[in-house]
Design a binder for this molecule. Structure first.
Ligand SMILES: N[C@@H](CCC(=O)N[C@@H](CS)C(=O)NCC(=O)O)C(=O)O
Length: 219
């Protein structure tokens, strides 16, 4: 059985965005059942968790054959078991891997920089000075992505794990208007989020936090 390790609870600003969502969504697309191992934030630097995730982060993943960390590596591993996520054709497969890496390596750094300024440093002077340049850099990447997308439904000619990862990265901007500035990206994100597998993943992801909050208020 596949085991996904993630947090028992995170603050509301992070709910829906924790990177276990990428893995849950991929598992739902692939139709693979899994169980969760829930850890508290305080347990992230425990020897037991560091053995699974050397940087004390989530998600971590285990199946019968391998233990993995890094959401991109995990989604690729799941993709190898599902044509819904990775096309069989070698060229199409390579293109979808390219988009997954573009999401993680080109889009996410600019987007995450802006989100961290807003979420963790909004009241600090240095962050106010840094923000305009960070916003400009993120907007440039969004402009480029929207230009590529044009009138296509997905980044290539069908949904793949590249779209899954790109959608999750775009969601990090939900506290800003940057995606809303781009009607093509709004429609693209909605299209991805409309997938039944995404909805099931989000429901299960959010249920964990709701249960933790209910247990905390009952005690
Ligand atoms: N590159 C990693 C990033 C994982 C990550 O940032 N996880 C966050 C939750 S979404 C976390 O565990 N943060 C706690 C920390 O960095 O100490 C991946 O994609 O798996």
């Amino acid at each position: 059985m596949i085991t996904l390790t993630t947090y028992r609870w995170v603050p509301p600003f992070a709910q829906g965005l924790v990177r276990d969502m990428r893995v849950r969504w991929a598992l739902e697309e692939a139709g693979l059942p899994y169980r969760t191992r829930l850890i508290d934030l305080e347990q992230r630097d425990s020897p037991e968790h560091l053995a699974r995730q050397p940087f004390g982060q989530v998600p971590a993943y285990e199946d019968e054959t391998v233990s993995l960390f890094e959401s991109g590596a995990i989604v690729l591993h799941i993709g190898a078991r599902s044509e819904v996520l990775l096309p069989m054709d070698p060229a199409a497969r390579a293109r979808s891997v390219t988009w997954l890496l573009a999401a993680l390596n080109t889009m996410e750094p600019a987007i995450q920089t802006l989100a961290e300024l807003d979420l963790f440093h909004a009241e600090e002077d240095w962050a106010r000075q840094r923000r305009p340049a960070a916003e400009k850099a993120a907007r440039r990447r969004l402009d480029q992505l929207a230009a590529w997308l044009g009138d296509q439904e997905y980044l290539e000619n069908r949904f793949t794990l590249g779209d899954l990862m790109m959608a999750c990265v775009l969601q990090i901007l939900r506290g800003t208007d940057l995606v809303e500035e781009q009607p093509r990206l709004v429609a693209y994100l909605a299209r991805c989020e409309h997938r039944p597998a995404y909805r099931r993943a989000l429901k299960d992801h959010m249920a964990v936090f709701a249960e933790s909050e209910a247990a905390a208020s009952a005690s």
